[in-house]
Write a protein that binds this ligand. Structure first.
Ligand SMILES: N[C@@H](CCC(=O)N[C@@H](CS)C(=O)NCC(=O)O)C(=O)O
Length: 279
């Protein structure tokens, strides 16, 4: 059951916000949706957008400027939050921005005290998808994209679920989380200290292991402050080059990690996905 919190007209479509009770996350969740004007006539394909550290569902909808092209292409945008929420959901002990609330990393936690709520993989792949496809005018053609932590989530979930997403794209993804500080911290906290338990959420390792991947499109700014230490762009490039994956990776001169970068190239990503979201 979806409770509509708000609805605003945008490029002839509707920017919506919903609340619902999540069984998987054991809490109340909010998420945002853009429905293009075409959704008034028939069911439309959906692009899931996974956001990065510190974000809610509202960063992308208010800053990326995706609605103009989504309206033109007839694509719905489904924008989940980045973690479970609520007073009884455990956070990082020190309130850090890169673990706990706002930093669910799109994994299913196995470690206490996080496992009861931090099941963002199952939330995005199963619960939210079934809810959206049952209650909103979207069809079962879907793709997935994201930024930073959400770029990791998009590529990892596409690799973990062959056939579920037609295409995948990312801005500045945390592509090799097992080998960067953000990823090691999150995976240790959610999945435990044995790196073997991290492999099936590490995009570079899954590609190296030969997992099939839908067509992949990545943009990375070369002035991104997180590129040297956190993002694994070079490792992703090497892994893609030595695999059979249909991948396009672009290094964009002068761009940083911000939503100004995302806004600059989001149209290319939407057009990339639209070509695969047809029967
Ligand atoms: N707050 C962190 C960075 C967090 C950050 O850059 N978050 C990105 C995703 S990884 C984001 O999208 N932030 C929200 C925004 O720009 O609207 C810091 O200062 O080091």
């Amino acid at each position: 059951m979806l409770n509509k919190l708000s609805s605003v007209q945008c490029f002839g479509g509707q920017q919506l916000r919903f609340e619902h009770s999540s069984k998987v996350l054991n809490c109340t969740m909010q998420f945002s949706v853009f429905l293009p004007p075409q959704a008034e006539q028939s069911r439309v394909p959906a692009l899931y957008w996974l956001s990065g550290l510190t974000c809610t569902d509202e960063n992308f909808s208010s800053k990326a400027g995706a609605q103009r092209t989504a309206a033109e292409l007839g694509l719905a945008l489904i924008i989940p939050d980045t973690s479970p929420r609520g007073d009884d959901v455990p956070d990082a002990e020190d309130g850090a921005y890169d673990f706990g609330l706002g930093a669910g990393f799109y994994v299913n936690a196995t470690q206490e005290p996080f496992a009861k709520h931090y099941q963002m993989d199952s939330y995005v792949v199963d619960e939210l998808r079934h809810l959206v496809e049952a209650e909103l005018p979207v069809n079962s053609l879907r793709s997935i994209a994201g930024h930073s932590m959400g770029g990791h989530g998009a590529i990892a979930l596409a690799l973990r679920n062959p056939g579920l997403y037609r295409s995948v794209s990312a801005f500045a993804p945390i592509a090799h989380p097992s080998s960067c500080p953000w990823g090691r911290k999150a995976f240790t906290g959610y999945l435990g200290s044995d790196p073997k338990a991290w492999r099936d959420y590490d995009s570079v390792e899954m590609i190296q292991a030969g997992k099939p991947c839908p067509p992949l499109f990545v943009d990375q700014g070369d002035a991104d402050q997180f590129l040297p230490e956190q993002l694994g762009f070079d490792a992703l490039k090497v892994a893609c080059e030595s695999s059979q994956i249909d991948a396009t990776l672009r290094l964009q001169a002068g761009y940083d990690h911000s939503y100004y970068f995302i806004a600059s190239f989001i149209t290319d990503h939407l057009r990339f996905h639209a070509q695969y979201l047809v029967d």
